[in-house]
Write a protein that binds this ligand. Structure first.
Ligand code: BTN
Length: 247
């Protein structure tokens, strides 16, 4: 992929910029990176803590020629690409994990997240935005995030360099993106499963409407959904949302 990086000092959300570019016909491969986001967005309508100069805040614009049913796999793809970029940069004793579908965890705390948006035009994908947020230089988080968030600096000292991290992510993203365009879904799912302890045998809780339900993970479906076995033995698919793991 020929990537073109657009760097901004500050923006509301790099995902919004990439989506605007997607609407206005900018070719795929544009990456929007900002030093600070004033309205960084997370999944499920949450905000993403995007303090100035502390994190990597980047959004990739793609125009994949695949069926819309493939869209959820971009989330898993991005998780694998970020995992593979970060793994060699972290000390071996640090446990890097992907929590389904795409939270990057170190020692059960969140170090990165991915927010994918797909825009359709009729029955085809017009564009996909893959937003990647990584906590890099943070030494202190706002109080409410402290129990759940961590950063590369907190886990492994420094120095860290955001452009370099993005440089490491791009080739891993290219590799898996090209595979997915060739229809190599199973290879991607297998790789995701190797990167995550959430694939098999993990006790998780998720919401069905406003009711929390629990089960044990039983691998990924080919759609990218998480297969979960309930206490009564029935297996169901969790298609989206959050799962909470117990270790
Ligand atoms: C999540 O885990 O909830 C997803 C977080 C995604 C954050 C990134 S930062 C760059 C891009 N721009 C946004 O507004 N969000 C994503």
């Amino acid at each position: 992929m020929f990537w073109t990086i657009h760097h901004l000092d500050s923006t509301e959300s790099t995902n919004d910029l990439a989506a605007k570019a997607g609407e206005s016909g900018v070719p795929e491969g544009a990456i929007f990176v900002a030093d600070v986001q004033t309205r960084g967005r997370g999944r499920a309508g949450r905000s993403w803590y995007s303090a100035p100069g502390l994190g990597l805040y980047a959004s990739l614009l793609l125009r994949p020629r695949v069926e819309p049913s493939v869209a959820p796999l971009f989330t898993l793809l991005a998780g694998v690409a970020v995992f593979e970029a970060l793994r060699p940069m972290l000390p071996a004793e640090k446990h890097l994990d992907i929590k389904w579908p795409n939270d990057l965890l170190v020692g059960n705390k969140k170090v990165g997240g991915i927010l994918c948006q797909t825009a359709l035009e009729g029955a085809r994908i017009k564009y996909v935005v893959v937003g990647i947020g990584i906590n890099v230089h943070h030494l202190l988080f706002p109080e409410e995030l402290q129990p759940v968030a961590t950063s590369l600096a907190l886990e492994a000292g420094g120095p860290w360099d955001c452009p370099r991290i993005l440089d490491q992510i791009r080739p891993r993203f290219d590799f898996w993106y090209n595979g997915l365009l060739r229809g190599e879904t199973e290879t991607l799912l297998r790789r995701w499963s190797q990167c995550s302890t959430y694939t098999e045998g993990k006790q998780v809780t998720w919401m069905e409407g406003d009711r929390p339900v629990s089960g044990i993970t039983r691998g990924l479906a080919s759609s990218g959904a998480l297969r979960v076995q309930r206490e009564d033995g029935s297996v169901e698919l969790v298609l989206s949302g959050d799962v909470w793991g117990r270790t």
